[in-house]
Design a protein around this ligand. Sequence first.
Ligand SMILES: Nc1ncnc2c1ncn2[C@@H]1O[C@H](COP(=O)(O)OP(=O)(O)OP(=O)(O)O)[C@@H](O)[C@H]1O
Ligand SMILES: [Mg+2]
Length: 273
Amino acid sequence: MMQTKVICFANNKGGSGKSTSCSNIGAALAAKGKKVLMLDGDMQCNLSLSFLDEDVVLDYARGKQNLYYAVREQKDIRGYIIHTPYENVDLIPSSTLMSSIEFELFSKWQREFILKKMLRAVKESGIYDYILLDAPPTLGGWVMNLLCASDHLIIPVEASPWGLFGLANMFEFLQTTREIAPELSLLGIVITKVDERKNYFRQTLESLESLEDIHVFESHIHVDSSVEWAQDNSRPVVNYRRTSRSAREFMLLAEEILQITEGAEGGAFHAAH
Ligand SMILES: Nc1ncnc2c1ncn2[C@@H]1O[C@H](COP(=O)(O)OP(=O)(O)OP(=O)(O)O)[C@@H](O)[C@H]1O
Ligand SMILES: [Mg+2]
């Protein structure tokens, strides 16, 4: 049985494509037959809105069946899982109260590892192939919790003049986090919102590829109005318009992720047999 992999999507730069990447890679992995649990770690509830109608998301956000309450009460995450209308995709919704999560964490024992402990049972059960976490555009105790609970990090970077701004802070934060979570690996950077009519894509790609030891995924995600139409309809674009450019790119990106995260295990399997 494959071990459950936990992947966090984080970047302190707002609007870099974290929620869009997280939701669509989740949907793409599910379409490939993987069982996926999505955790919405942002008060904006964008990940939840990618799978559920707004009124349903608001009901969860106002109630107690959400990640904020789970963390506040330090409960096993399994009691907070809901099914989405999509096969193989489960979700733990967020709440606007997430805005005060730092305050909740402050007084708790071993506060950087609260989420990791809450995920332990579901991870060990092996029910899910992947658990994907959508982080807010901040760097603080809560994002450190998300990273400490993760095996891997994916950083979506927008192909724009300001897309790279602040990335150094993200790397520094990752280094600090690794002091207490040494196993955490940076799986790679995904370049999002690529508009080939602009030069920024080439510039962004060159800047990122010049960084040592940092993998840049081959699949880039282009600007595509289908992404917004899909979000307007509370659906991942992978399910909403399967033939759209972005849907195909997300499927290819999911394939790259599968190869990196499962390739090593496959290799170990072959070596041992
Ligand atoms: N490939 C794309 N084509 C067109 N629009 C996109 C694409 N990817 C993302 N967007 C749009 O860009 C905006 C930001 O994307 P998204 O919400 O995924 O970023 P984020 O990093 O999660 O933002 P935040 O930091 O606020 O959490 C959204 O309005 C989304 O619809
Ligand atoms: Mg987001």
